[in-house]
Design a protein around this ligand. Sequence first.
Ligand SMILES: N[C@@H](CCC(=O)N[C@@H](CS)C(=O)NCC(=O)O)C(=O)O
Length: 286
Amino acid sequence: MATQVLELLSTNKVFGGELRKYKFKSAALGGLDSNFNLFLPPQATSSKVPLLVYLSGLTCTEDNGAQKGGFFGPAAAKGIALLFPDTSPRGAGIEGEDADWDFGTGAGFYLNATNPKFSKHYNMLTHVTFELPQVLGVADLPIDFSRQSIFGHSIRLYTSSFDSVVFQYRSVSAFSPICNPINCPWGQKAFNGYLQGGVSEAKEQYDATELIKSHTNPVNILIDYGTGDNFYKQGQLLPENFLKAARDAGHDESQVEVRSQEGYDHSYYFISTFAADHINFHAKFI
Ligand SMILES: N[C@@H](CCC(=O)N[C@@H](CS)C(=O)NCC(=O)O)C(=O)O
């Protein structure tokens, strides 16, 4: 892949650190411009800091989590950099990509598309896990890439095959994630659209509940969801399926914690309430 040049679009001082917005031409996304936000804590001026990647949910851009998540204070206190990628390619010009809020633009599902209609541009998996660390490294930013973790909102819990992601990220946490996408309407729609083999192709690669069944190595996972979340009530999230699969595979509460938060909904009011918990969870591992 060619070396990408980062263009700095803006910087803001926040909690003693700095939030930078960057743009670059993404090879993974078929040459489209891609934006991301990067928070560098105050500690980054004197040493390399660990990286925590935040994956936003459906309809979001790189800005939602940065503006509303409430993550900067806790991340500054722990000396952790935060990376906020976008949720999909923008402006690919594919017929139908702007028709729905839960598919296409704003809903890339952090996978690599195999349906030829989408496969040139919809490669958010490579973009997030490989390309962004690479461009940050090339730009010589003060990040220690041997210490990475990942968290997010309404994401598929794992962005790749379980073993490679657990290898890359020391810990994973999520707010109201889609835990068993092959068994919910959002996941089925995305997989049938993006993948040539549809849901059956996704099963072994992109479904956290399926993947944890056969994963026996230790993991560090925290999930919060709200009982007032309409998407939870509609059966889009299915955290119970993930919890059961994890326990059946021998992961006890010291490895996998799934917390039901009474009365909270799907919004950033919920996320910001538990933001510090999640940052502090990851700080133990990175
Ligand atoms: N647009 C959808 C809601 C989608 C939604 O709630 N998305 C979540 C992520 S899964 C979100 O954070 N949206 C943007 C925001 O609240 O800033 C609807 O009308 O039902």
